[in-house]
Design a protein around this ligand. Structure first.
Ligand SMILES: [Zn+2]
Ligand SMILES: [Zn+2]
Ligand SMILES: [Zn+2]
Ligand SMILES: [Zn+2]
Length: 445
């Protein structure tokens, strides 16, 4: 079929018959290119032809040639959409905002996600979030100001306000809020597994094997979210080259011109994987970044965030952290697919670099949740982590792959439905090979 990249029109290919003999025939070129098809008339003298390819132009105002290919090609129609963590009920979003929103969420992440959910952690003590809380409760301005000025000064009570690039702070608060939203209604920790298990064998595994494997992999925590709220929305499609920027996005519109987004809100299962900030800092130091040393998770996380540039203006440190979290996410997904018995393309990621975290979630199929990630979480997590650390980290395509960044379809790439970052910012060098994360974590434990 023919398509026009610029306007999105599709046309049935058409080739005229020989005007004299009313016949036409085709010679296949032995390639997949429609432009090399030769149409000729069997009655006319050899060497003459009617048409090479379908060669037609679009009759739209933009003009230009149609491209021809088989109808099932991804170039003809590529759906464009997003998935995002979306609370199933608006009330949850309101409760998080009233509790202090992104600022409270960031504080909660830095403190190690204490409590079952964000709203059970210690409330933020700073005047701005208290003002917001009081406003939401309906107090008037004068009363709020009086109450805030009567508050004891907490600025000397240890927790200094973290000095961050304002845009980076916005990134970090937004990502922390995503974790807070996702974990608000369901959250199962390894401590929960231990508490509810009656099998001595499993209890030993949760007490000894899991913590050991997490430590060796430099992972602070893995948690199961069995009602992970994800919104999948389709807003349009492209024809032609699949890479962003190479083709024109056709959005879905009403006849009135209004945009339409087709959405599907579902709850599925997910794992939250959060790297150990102390290990991330050690790794960054090993790579040669000039950062102060820090003790403890909170101090290490703050040290890294204070040196990071925002996603829109990334510095080398931002790039290194994104590449690390993203590469571990892919290495994890490849193995999780095997252990969870889920097709790899049915697992997707949400990468949250400023939270040193990522979510792996299973594609939602209606109301049905397969339970593969839960089974993995309950019984094979240590095997997966040990494998991720100890497996061969070379690629079958080395040295070629190594020389071009250390990530290719054979080793670290995932299919397009799984990866939201188009397989960029990935490298096996972030994982192993001397300056890799696992080189640091295994020598520390
Ligand atoms: Zn057109
Ligand atoms: Zn003819
Ligand atoms: Zn490779
Ligand atoms: Zn990815």
């Amino acid at each position: 079929m023919g398509y026009h990249e610029a306007c999105g029109a599709i046309k049935t290919p058409y080739v005229a018959k020989c005007p004299q003999h009313k016949q036409r025939a085709v010679r296949f070129p032995g390639t997949a290119s429609a432009a090399e098809l030769v149409f000729y008339c069997p009655e006319c003298p050899p060497g003459t032809f009617i048409n090479r390819g379908f060669g037609a132009s679009c009759d739209c105002a933009l003009g230009g040639a149609l491209s021809f290919t088989v109808h099932r090609s991804g170039n003809v129609f590529k759906p464009r959409g997003i998935s995002m963590i979306n609370p199933p009920r608006r009330e949850i979003l309101i409760r998080i905002e009233q509790a202090g929103g992104g600022e409270r969420a960031l504080e909660w992440m830095l403190e190690g996600m204490v409590g079952r959910r964000l709203t059970e952690s210690a409330a933020a003590q700073n005047p701005a979030s208290i003002r917001k809380l009081l406003e939401d409760r309906g107090f008037d301005d004068a009363t709020i100001s009086a109450m805030i000025s009567a508050m004891p000064d907490t600025s000397e009570s240890g927790k200094s306000t973290l000095a961050l690039d304002p845009e980076l702070r916005a990134d970090a608060e937004r990502q922390a809020k995503q974790v807070a939203l996702a974990t608000f209604e369901s959250r199962i920790t390894i401590a929960d597994l231990l508490a509810r298990s009656t099998s001595e064998m499993l209890r030993d595994q949760y007490r000894a094997e899991y913590p050991r494997a997490l430590r060796r992999a430099g992972i602070e925590r893995i948690e199961l979210i069995d009602k992970f709220p994800v919104l999948t929305a389709q807003f349009g499609y492209t024809r032609g080259k699949p890479n962003p920027g190479d083709s024109r996005l056709r959005t879905y519109r009403e006849k009135t011109g209004e945009y339409i987004v087709y959405g599907d809100l579902a709850q599925t299962e997910a794992l939250l994987v959060k790297l150990d900030p102390v290990m991330v800092l050690s790794w960054l130091l090993r790579k040669g970044f000039a950062l102060p040393n820090a003790s403890g998770n909170r101090e290490a996380a703050e040290t890294i965030l204070a040196a990071m540039g925002p996603a829109d203006r990334p510095n080398d440190l931002t790039e290194a952290v994104i590449e690390l979290v993203h590469s571990i996410s892919h290495a994890f997904i490849k193995r999780a697919a095997v252990y969870a018995g889920i097709e790899r393309s049915a697992l997707s990621e949400v990468v949250l670099p400023t939270a040193f975290s990522f979510f792996v979630y299973a594609a939602a199929r209606g109301d049905f949740v397969l339970g593969g990630l839960q089974a993995l979480f309950e019984s094979d997590l240590h095997l997966l982590l040990d494998g991720m650390v100890d497996d061969e980290h070379r690629c079958a395509l080395d040295p070629g792959c190594e020389d071009t960044g250390g990530a290719c379809a054979v080793c670290l790439h995932l299919g397009e439905p799984s990866c939201r970052m188009f397989n960029t910012r990935l490298s096996r060098k972030a994982l192993a090979g001397g300056l890799g994360y696992f080189d640091v974590t295994t020598s520390a434990s």
